[in-house]
Write a protein that binds this ligand. Structure first.
Ligand code: ATP
Ligand code: MG
Length: 290
């Protein structure tokens, strides 16, 4: 089953109004069994494409996840990537930067974690935090050690968007394909998930007191996300606003986005060529005798 993903894509240069974009859609599956079948189908093809990506060894694929707390980034990564060979896929989670990380430019720590040719990289949060949480809390910016004469708060966000666009353009020109996912959860659904994390003992560990503080900045975050996606969604490295109030729908959409992104790549298994094939046949004969 193919899901039309274009309706979730942020078009280059277009305004983004998150309150007009759905956090919930008509279910893409008929029942839990149906959901499992659809996802299993996606995961199977994804695994085949990953093998091809690895064998072809020219492209790499970077999938970026950004979202408010409890939007389901972790479970989405877990389910969508469940059938993928762990040797060709690395997940990196980016938390508050360490002292060493803050002592470098804001793209340094993520650049070191970019996927190698043939690999899939997943960023659970990313350099986008630098124009999201840091924009909502400018005191983080002040703590980054940037020379004061270079830090004009009126210009800094546009400069950061430009750095990000330049980086992504550069990666694209060198064979890294990028898709960026914003899991769009409603404030009401976040509340329900927080309550569940408090009420169910085995979910308590997931609840972070700071998450409650960030919830109070919901409006500011939405505005920062809108501005960020408007400035950085490009044809080559698009943002997708994925409705995330229903985790199953979100996982189906995200797996479809990954599939469509990989299907577009011109890839083939390496051809040994006539001489290589001849050599293989000689070895085959030798093996038959052994
Ligand atoms: P989960 O809550 O599902 O475990 P998470 O991604 O929210 O996953 P946390 O450890 O709860 O992980 O939060 C990481 C925090 O680090 C987030 O609040 C995020 O905004 C913050 N963070 C990430 N990058 C930066 C940054 N560059 N500057 C400041 N804060 C950042
Ligand atoms: Mg968190």
């Amino acid at each position: 089953m193919t899901i039309e993903i274009d309706r979730f894509r942020v078009r280059e240069g277009k305004r983004v109004r998150l309150k007009d974009l759905p956090t919930d859609i008509k279910d893409l599956y008929k029942s839990k069994d149906d959901y499992e079948l659809i996802l299993a189908d996606h995961v199977r093809e994804l695994s085949e494409l990953q093998t091809l990506l690895y064998a072809h060894h020219h492209y790499s694929f970077l999938l970026i996840f950004q979202a408010m707390d409890a939007a389901g980034k972790d479970s989405c990564i877990k389910h969508v990537m469940s059938g993928v060979n762990p040797q060709g896929c690395l997940v990196h989670s980016f938390k508050r930067p360490s002292g060493e990380e803050r002592d470098h430019d804001f793209l340094w720590r993520t650049t070191r974690a970019l996927p190698e040719r043939g690999n899939i990289g997943i960023f659970n949060r990313s350099y986008y935090e630098e124009v999201l949480v840091v924009k909502v809390h400018p005191e983080f910016l002040q703590g980054q050690g940037i020379p004061v004469e270079l830090l004009d708060e009126k210009k800094v966000w546009d400069e950061r968007y430009r750095s990000i666009r330049d980086l992504e353009g550069h990666l694209n020109r060198n064979g890294t394909r990028i898709a960026k996912i914003f899991l769009h959860v409603s404030k009401g659904e976040q509340r329900r998930r927080f309550l569940k994390r408090i009420d169910e003992a085995d979910k308590n560990w997931k609840f972070n007191v700071e998450d409650m503080a960030e919830r109070k900045y919901w409006k500011q975050y939405m505005q920062a996300y809108e501005e960020c996606m408007e400035a950085t969604s490009t044809k080559e490295s698009p943002w997708y606003v994925v409705p995330a109030d229903d985790k199953k729908d979100a996982q189906i959409v995200v797996s479809q986005i990954v599939l469509d992104s990989l299907r577009k790549l011109k890839m083939s298994f390496p051809d040994p060529g006539d001489a290589g094939r001849k050599k293989l046949l000689e070895i085959r004969k030798e093996l038959e005798k052994a």
